[in-house]
Design a protein around this ligand. Sequence first.
Ligand code: F3S
Length: 397
Amino acid sequence: MHLTREEEKMYGGEEGLAVEKCMEILVALGDIYGAEKLVPITSAQISGVSYKTIGDAGLEFLEDLSIDAHVRVPSTLNPAGVDLQIWRELGFSEEFTKKQLAIVDAYRKMGVSTTCTCTPYLVGNVPTLGSHIAWSESSAVCYANSVLGARTNREGGPGALSAAICGRTAMYGYHLNKGRHPNLLVELETSVKGSDFGAVGYIVGNTVGGGTPYFKFKNTPSTDQLKWLGAALASSGAVALYHVENTTPESKWALKVIQEEKIEKLSINRVNIDETKVKLSTTDEKPDLICVGCPHASLEEIKRVAEIVAGRRLENMLWVCTSISVKAASDRMGYTKIIETAGGKMVCDTCMVVAPIEELDYKVVGVDSAKAANYVPNMCGLEVVYNDLENLIIEKK
Ligand code: F3S
């Protein structure tokens, strides 16, 4: 792989041990994937934050690195294992939280913004069309590549952190035009709304694996709906990029590719969607905990939650997972108060998958996200019910 003079100096240890270690990771990744060079990046989004997923080994690695490493580009963190402020109120243990706070602090020392969210594009980390970035949370990667037209591979946590510290990443895969060609045409035979998008993403992700689907929808999806679609695509498959006709920024170019190359076609009808929604639930029991906000909720989604629960008293606990920045906007709009009056909680910095909710007193989790439905049984060992929020709520008598 070709390195510039500056990169050679970094690789040779002239900028310190941390930079040298990180360059070694980037060069090793580049060699594995056949990259010819590194490319400068404009931002990073770093996973590997929850103590539940990285444990003591991860904490030790980060604490060592934080002694002399600092990020060179704007960088944000993925969700952590607890709400960093109201963890005690939510029932998380002091022992877990202590380790979690140490992890977040190590990242803070390295200059990474500790907003802890999988929707960094809602809190100011918004890459422009065609810019090269190094993001690692799979739904955020899908959104950045597809909806914003930025260019990133599905980086692992150490890869994204190394890229942030060196300000560059290996140029292969989705950084190149040829890595962005669609290879499955998906035609929707029915209009879709709400939790349909997650089901569609789940079906297509299973079919296309790590490929790039091109969608023809009957109705134009909103940005929130694209977010749900991408999260499901990235969890049932390994999708990092999709195109939507007349909607996503590279769709015109992608359509030309479809017309020139013979690619496979998949049709999805109402029955396929409804059957998938049933399949995504592991039980038909009522949920004792409802979690929405996977990926982290936007202000529009929180507004909708507030409209649904306004004036009601919920029997099941409701968590609305989001970032601290979006929660601040929700507080100001009065949505938080409405949700809390109904018995729900705004939960920041974490989510139903990376938090140790299995240590709390819940058995069945209700979700409106196909990604969460896919992961909660495996990551938390709890039963899951997949449906729209209005169908998950139980009102106090
Ligand atoms: Fe985000 Fe957690 Fe879902 S990280 S995409 S809310 S599983």
